[in-house]
Design a protein around this ligand. Structure first.
Ligand code: HAM
Length: 413
C-alpha cells in the first residue's frame, strides 16, 4: 500500500464540511468589506519568499519545500500567501487600476515543520490582503472583519492579541538596543540559530522556538517602548476604534510574529483549547513590502487564518445525507430508478441508489445506514401499475402514488 507523505492529510466528510463552512462564511462576509477572491500559483520562484518573508526567518531557513526545476531554477511551494499576492499585485500592475485593492484567497500552504496536532506540512489558509491605504481605520476594519468571521464559526475561548512593530524610522533604535542586550548574553547560553540571528537579524531571535532562549529574552527590550510619534498615534487610534466596536483585545508587547515584512499593527488570534499550536490566525501591516519586491511605494495589511486549527475548534457538522433512497426490488425497476433519480435531481432533491436489486428489508437497512429520510420503493406491483411507494422513515408512514405525481410530490428535509 502506498501511504501519504508525513504531515499531509486526506480530508473526508464529515471533516470537509467544516472547511466548506469556513469557505462559505469567508465568501459571504469578506465581499461585504469589498474583498474579492483571487487564485494564485502554489509554486513561485524561491526568491519571492526569501525576499519578503526574510532570509533569516525559520520559514525560509528551514521550512520551505524547495527544489531545482529542469532548467536549474530554484522554486518553492508557497509557505504562506502574502508574498505571492504581493508578487501578483506588482506583476499585474493592479496599482495602476485602483487606489485601494482588497483581495482574499483560500488554499493549501506548505511548511516543512515537525508535524503535531494543529501543525501540518500541508495546511490550508484563508488569506486576506488590502493594498493602498495607511489609515488606521483600515487596520481596525480588517481586525473587525476577522473577528466577525471567527464569531460566525462560533469558536469558543478565543482571544485577540495585538502589538505595534514600529516602522523604518523607529525600529533601528530598537534593533540597536536589542543587539546590545543580546550581545551581553553569554554565547554558550544561546542556541546556534540565535547566535546567527543576533548578528544578522536580532528581531528574529525573539521568536526562537527554544524554551531556553525564550527564558533569556524575558528581560529583552520591547519594540513597543521605542515607537515613534506616528506609530504610536496610529496604534492608539487602531485600539480605540476596536474598543468602539467592542472587540476585546489584549496588548502583547512581546508579539513579534515570525515573518520579517511586518510594520506597525500586528495581531494574532489564539485559542486555549488546541494545545501548543494555539495561533488560529495572524496578520499585520506590511507597508514596505510592495516596494521591497520591486513595486511602487504602496502600503499593505492583511491576515491569514489556519483552517486546520480552526476546524479543531468547530463543532462537528450535522450530516447531510441524500434525502431520498431509491429501492428497486426487481431487475426491471432499474431503468425507472435511473430516470426517477435524474428527475428528482432536476428538482434539486438529493437522492441516490446503489442500483442493486434486493429485498425491501435490505434496502431499508441500507437507507437507514445512509440516513436518508425517504425510501422510494419500486416493486413488482408498483411497476405493473406505474406507481411508486414512498416511505417516510422519520414519520414511519408510507404512501403509494402514481409515478407521474413524483413531479409534484413534496419531500421535506
Ligand atoms: P502565519 O502566522 O505564519 O502568518 O500563519 C497564519 C496562520 O496559519 C497561523 O496562525 C496558523 O493558524 C496557520 N498555520 C501556520 N503554519 C501552520 C502549520 N504548519 N500547520 C497548520 N496551520 C498553520 C502568515 O502566514 C501571514 N502570511 C499572514 C498575513 C497575511 N499577514 C499579512 N497578510
Amino acid at each position: 500500500m502506498i501511504k501519504k507523505i508525513k504531515g499531509f492529510s486526506d480530508i473526508f466528510p464529515p471533516e470537509i464540511y467544516k472547511y466548506l463552512q469556513m469557505e462559505e462564511e469567508a465568501r459571504r462576509i469578506f465581499p461585504l468589506y469589498g474583498f474579492q477572491e483571487i487564485r494564485l500559483p502554489l509554486l513561485e520562484k524561491t526568491e519571492v519568499f526569501a525576499r519578503s518573508i526574510g532570509d533569516e526567518t525559520d520559514i525560509v531557513q528551514k521550512e520551505m519545500f524547495t527544489f531545482t526545476d529542469r532548467k536549474g531554477r530554484s522554486l518553492s511551494l508557497r509557505p504562506e500567501a502574502t508574498a505571492g499576492v504581493v508578487r501578483a499585485y506588482i506583476e499585474n500592475r493592479i496599482y495602476t487600476r485602483e487606489k485601494l485593492s482588497k483581495f482574499f484567497t483560500l488554499g493549501p500552504m506548505f511548511r516543512y515543520e515537525r508535524p503535531q496536532q494543529g501543525r501540518q506540512r500541508q495546511f490550508h489558509q484563508i488569506n486576506v490582503e488590502a493594498f493602498g491605504s495607511t489609515s488606521p481605520y483600515l487596520d481596525a476594519e480588517i481586525i473587525c472583519m476577522l473577528w466577525e468571521f471567527l464569531g460566525k464559526l462560533k469558536l469558543p475561548h478565543i482571544s485577540l492579541e495585538i502589538n505595534s512593530l514600529g516602522c523604518e524610522k523607529c525600529r533601528p533604535s530598537f534593533i540597536k538596543a536589542l543587539k546590545r542586550f543580546l550581545g551581553n548574553i553569554d554565547k554558550d547560553e544561546l542556541c546556534e540559530d540565535c547566535l546567527k540571528r543576533r548578528e544578522k537579524n536580532p528581531l528574529r531571535a525573539l521568536d526562537c522556538k527554544r524554551e531556553g532562549c525564550q527564558a533569556l529574552y524575558l528581560q529583552a527590550p520591547c519594540l513597543h517602548d521605542f515607537l515613534c510619534e506616528d506609530c504610536r498615534s496610529h496604534f492608539e487610534l487602531t485600539l480605540s476604534l476596536l474598543e468602539q466596536r467592542h472587540i476585546p483585545y489584549k496588548l502583547n508587547k512581546k508579539l513579534v510574529r515570525g515573518l520579517d515584512y511586518y510594520q506597525k499593527t500586528t495581531f494574532e488570534v489564539l485559542s486555549g483549547d488546541i494545545g501548543a499550536q494555539s495561533a488560529i490566525a495572524g496578520g499585520g501591516r506590511y507597508d514596505g513590502l510592495v516596494r521591497l519586491l520591486g513595486g511602487p511605494d504602496v502600503p499593505g495589511i492583511g491576515f491569514a487564518c489556519g483552517m486546520e486549527r480552526i476546524s479543531l475548534l468547530m463543532e462537528d457538522p450535522s450530516p447531510s445525507p441524500p434525502l431520498c433512497y431509491l429501492a428497486p426490488l426487481e431487475e426491471k425497476g432499474l431503468e425507472a430508478t435511473y430516470h426517477i433519480l435524474s428527475l428528482l435531481r432536476g428538482r434539486g432533491i438529493s437522492c441516490i441508489s446503489t442500483y442493486e436489486v434486493k429485498s425491501i428489508k435490505a434496502h431499508l437497512r441500507a437507507a437507514n445506514k445512509i440516513g436518508s429520510r425517504y425510501v422510494l420503493i419500486l416493486g413488482e406491483e408498483e411497476l405493473r401499475e406505474n406507481k411508486i411507494t414512498i416511505r417516510d422513515l422519520t414519520l414511519s408512514r408510507q404512501d403509494t402514488i402514481a409515478m407521474r405525481d413524483i413531479h409534484i410530490t413534496e419531500f421535506k428535509e
